[in-house]
Design a binder for this molecule. Structure first.
Ligand SMILES: N[C@@H](CCC(=O)N[C@@H](CS)C(=O)NCC(=O)O)C(=O)O
Length: 232
């Protein structure tokens, strides 16, 4: 059995979608990041960066944090969504790393300035709007002559999908990118993706802009996370 430490967010969805796609049975452990549960000693042992998602695969006695590592592990465990042949595998790996180092962080920062900044910061917002737009453009060009980012549907697509799914909240216009729109619609139609993206959608989620959540999530530094961990 696999324990999935999870909260319904784009990075959390990468792991829930992959578990659903692989048909693995898993037990969901809610980590309410708006209430500081990412600082519990139990969770920090598994995820020292105080971020979801994380998994524990009891069968293999392994625990993992970082969504990219989780995707690669589950792909290796099941033999699904990552080819074995060297060139094809590294085609997938480079797009997986591209997502982890580019699309995820830039969209995350854009989300911060669009949805959570206490006052408008036009320079920062513009900077991340441009980056998100640029990255959607990179995907669109990549998808001009292929259905998926790296050959067949793979963990590179699973990693990228949730951060494209947020496009409306991030103020982007997907219809500008016809190939990306085709890719997005195809992935969105997959039943496993729907189940994974739906996980936790009916939970009572605190608004991440409420005062308590803002205190927990925004303005973290070395001293504040050490104090938060001590409190738990
Ligand atoms: N690079 C990490 C990012 C994970 C991440 O940023 N998770 C957010 C939710 S999307 C989180 O747990 N935030 C809790 C916090 O900021 O304390 C990954 O891909 O797993």
């Amino acid at each position: 059995m696999i324990d999935l430490y999870y909260w319904p967010t784009p990075n959390g969805n990468k792991a829930s979608i992959m578990l659903e796609e692989c048909g693995l049975s898993y037990n969901t452990v809610a980590v309410n990041i708006g209430r500081g549960e990412q600082f519990s000693a139990e969770f920090l042992r598994i995820s020292p960066n105080n971020r979801i998602p994380a998994i524990v695969d009891h069968e293999a006695s392994i625990s993992l944090f970082e969504s990219g590592a989780i995707l690669a592990y589950l792909a290796e465990k099941t033999g699904k969504f990552m080819p074995e042949e060297l060139h094809a595998r590294y085609e997938v790996m480079q797009w997986l790393f591209w997502q982890m180092g580019n699309l995820g962080p830039m969209a995350g920062q854009l989300s911060h300035f669009v949805n959570y900044a206490p006052e408008p910061v036009p320079y920062a917002q513009q900077r991340y709007e441009n980056e998100y737009d640029r990255l959607l453009g990179v995907m669109n060009t990549r998808l001009e002559d292929r259905e998926y980012l790296a050959g067949d549907y793979s963990i590179a697509d699973i990693a990228s999908f949730p951060w494209v799914m947020s496009y409306k909240r991030l103020g982007a216009d997907l219809d500008k990118f016809s190939k990306l729109r085709r890719w997005f619609d195809a992935i969105k139609a997959r039943p496993a993706v729907q189940r994974g993206a739906d996980l936790g959608s009916d939970w009572h989620r605190p608004d991440l802009t409420d005062e308590e959540a803002r205190k927990v999530l925004f303005g973290q530094n070395a001293a504040s996370i050490a104090a938060a961990a001590k409190e738990r």
